[in-house]
Design a binder for this molecule. Structure first.
Ligand SMILES: Nc1ncnc2c1ncn2[C@@H]1O[C@H](COP(=O)(O)OP(=O)(O)O)[C@@H](O)[C@H]1O
Ligand SMILES: [Mg+2]
Length: 265
């Protein structure tokens, strides 16, 4: 791990039955940057995030976060380890309010004091109030002011994608992992997510952005890693990657018209 990286992955591998989903993968993420992982469906992007957040245990390799070895850390610990994430398929508690969904993130962050919560001590009441205030602030930060008092099940899909980002931010992560944050959004909503990611990065957040949408990646990323069948096909600035022969052949060759358009531009 070089002194300048906040996240360093080396020799990571994960096999499902006979399928090598992640194959000897190494890369590093510099702090306060947006680092994109792109690749076609099935390339191993979500598996990579699952390995980074302890949902899967790697067969081999190492994950270092801010100099600490977090390889295979159990799921209940990754939240406090400094990685916040959103999911490709929304993981929202629909029977709760939007605000409570964000507060779940905060509660994962703070150690729960069982005795204090049984006794409802003044300190606990104060901390709940502070927690609620910071959850509201996070909802404001991701542009959800209109939904402060809403139930999660009344919110449109685009707002729910933002709600997940707010909940991940509530963990005060050192690195924010976003799994296809623009998937299923229309073009306007996708551009808004794009702007939000940029704002977060400008505010000093390190973002690992997993995307299928080439256009979003080109506009917001400092560096891009192209994943193909679990291995690194190319890595560089968006411009470098977009003119890489192997990328054009292997990834863009099968991409949709919109993605191809970006490269032509
Ligand atoms: N839990 C699992 N069990 C078996 N195979 C899996 C599992 N998760 C992912 N895979 C397989 O690993 C490969 C990579 O999947 P995934 O990481 O979801 O790709 P991506 O997110 O890039 O679309 C695919 O072939 C997928 O079918
Ligand atoms: Mg995926």
């Amino acid at each position: 791990m070089t002194a300048t990286s906040i996240l360093a992955v080396s020799g990571l591998a994960k096999c499902f039955g006979g399928l090598q989903a992640i194959d000897d993968l190494s890369f590093e993420v510099a702090p306060r940057t947006v680092h994109a992982i792109i690749g076609p469906n099935g390339a191993g992007k979500t598996t990579l995030l699952n390995l980074l957040t302890g949902i899967y245990h790697p067969d081999a390799g190492r994950v270092m976060l801010a100099g600490r070895d977090v390889t295979g850390l159990p799921t209940h610990l990754w939240a406090t380890a400094g990685l916040g994430r959103t999911f490709q398929n929304l993981q929202i508690f629909f029977n709760m309010s939007a605000l409570d969904n964000v507060m779940v993130g905060r509660h994962l962050r703070e150690r729960c004091d069982l005795l204090a919560s049984l006794l409802r001590t003044p300190a606990l009441v104060r901390s709940e109030r502070a927690c609620r205030a910071s959850a509201r602030e996070l909802m404001h930060r991701v542009g959800l002011d209109a939904w402060l008092d809403a139930r999660a099940d009344s919110m449109p899909y685009g707002a729910l994608k933002r709600l997940e980002i707010a909940r991940a931010l509530a963990l005060e992560p050192q690195v924010l992992l976003l799994d296809e944050p623009a998937a299923g959004l229309n073009q306007t909503e996708a551009r808004e997510i794009d702007a939000l990611i940029r704002e977060l990065a400008a505010g000093g957040m390190t973002v690992l952005l997993v995307e299928h949408n080439m256009r979003l990646v080109m506009e917001v990323s400092d560096r891009v890693l192209v994943l193909d069948r679990g291995t690194k096909l190319a890595e560089g600035t968006p411009a470098e990657v977009a003119r890489d022969e192997r990328v054009i052949e292997a990834y863009l060759g099968v991409a949709d018209a919109e993605s191809t358009e970006v490269v032509d531009a």
